[in-house]
Design a binder for this molecule. Structure first.
Ligand code: ATP
Length: 351
């Protein structure tokens, strides 16, 4: 069992509180991602798990055991960082074998055999004698992954391993990483600031903000049902509306949110105010139960769809449609059932 559990971790650097009570549980074999903006505490969390940082308070448990007194090299953890960190003067084989410096290869095989196994796993058979500067960025990261996996760790930690790569390479490496991770079943904690990557790659993810975890869930849950205003804004280009809620002018099963004078019908809620969100793909060109006339600020052609950036009063909106309309001003519609209520106490949290 290599479940990872963090309980109430806090960590400050001088006056900066990097982690402010972080608790989470990564299940055995799970691909779990920490996602959040720069400076929210992702790397500090990962370094605390690896034992490169000690927390001020709280506990890290791996496989049910506290690792408070276990030094990094004895934690059975493989780590891959953003900037490859391969040794330039060592061959690929020596770099991978470096992962075995504290530990014999698993399965009773020789070091050379283990290196070949790992190179095969990352699809770089025959690269043993190459030097790192003879490799592409994607190949270097696959070697870094092979090195981290060489001792057969209980836990794999990955800190923005693809951020230095171009978009096409990132996509193919992401697929490769997912396959390797699920084939090996190694419990994985992955750090990224890229919400699309987090949604695409993870079994579950935690959205971090200001040293705290705002929400943990499956990609679908976090995308469709954000629980805080921050998550609603950070994940998936959501359109956010806040205002007073009344039942007076609404049909029986609905409430009406007064958004700067414009009524927005939503499924009935028992509240005086609310912050709600609507996903970009739920905004349709043309009329609907709720409709707004908005100006097109920009449109991005995405191949299969078009992302329209719209302005309605002071509010920016994003719609995902199948075409870019020729007009500057358009009517967009959306239905009450496409509205997700994030909170009925919007004043208590910063938006
Ligand atoms: P990024 O995506 O930019 O890497 P992050 O989410 O990984 O950011 P951390 O690197 O964990 O964030 O940093 C969290 C906070 O702690 C930030 O405010 C950062 O400036 C601060 N911090 C991190 N390491 C140190 C350090 N060694 N000394 C002082 N402050 C630090």
């Amino acid at each position: 069992m290599s479940e990872l559990e963090l309980t109430d971790i806090t960590k400050s650097y001088g006056k900066t509180r990097a982690l402010d009570g972080v608790s989470l549980r990564v299940r055995d074999g799970e691909f779990f991602t920490l996602v959040g903006p720069s400076g929210c505490g992702k790397t500090t969390t990962l370094r605390t798990v690896a034992g490169f940082e000690s927390s001020d308070a709280g506990e890290v448990r791996i496989g049910g055991q506290s690792v408070a007194d276990v030094p990094p090299e004895d934690r059975d953890i493989g780590v891959v960082f953003q900037n490859y960190a391969l040794f330039p003067h060592m061959t690929v084989a020596e770099n991978v074998a470096y992962g075995l410096r504290f530990r014999d290869p698993p399965g009773g095989v020789s070091r050379d055999e283990r290196v070949s196994e790992l190179l095969s796993l990352v699809d770089l058979d025959g690269f043993e004698e190459r030097e790192p500067d003879e490799l592409s960025g994607g190949q270097r990261q696959r070697i870094a992954l092979a090195r981290a996996l060489a001792p057969g760790p209980d836990l794999l930690l990955l800190d923005e391993p693809m951020s230095a790569l171009d978009a096409r390479l990132r996509k193919s490496l992401r697929r490769q990483l997912q396959t390797i991770q699920s084939d090996l079943g190694v419990t994985t904690l992955y750090v990224t600031h890229d919400q699309n990557e987090a949604l695409a790659i993870s079994d579950r993810l935690a959205v971090m903000n200001g040293g705290r975890i705002e929400q943990v869930g499956s990609p679908r849950d976090v995308y469709r049902r954000p629980e805080t205003p921050f998550v609603a804004e950070f994940i998936g280009d959501n359109n956010v509306f806040a205002g007073a809620v009344s039942q007076a002018s609404a049909p029986e099963d609905r409430s009406v949110l007064d958004f700067a004078g414009t009524p927005i019908e939503l499924p009935r809620i028992d509240a005086d105010s609310a912050l709600v969100c609507v996903r970009p793909e739920a905004l349709r060109l043309g009329s609907g139960t709720n409709q707004l006339t908005a100006n097109i600020v920009a449109s991005e052609y995405l191949g299969g769809s078009v992302r329209l950036h719209l302005r309605w009063g002071d509010q920016e909106l994003v719609a995902l449609t199948d075409r870019a309309p020729p007009d500057e001003q358009i009517v967009i519609g959306f239905e009450p059932e496409d509205i997700h209520v994030v909170t009925t106490d919007p004043d208590s949290e910063a938006v």
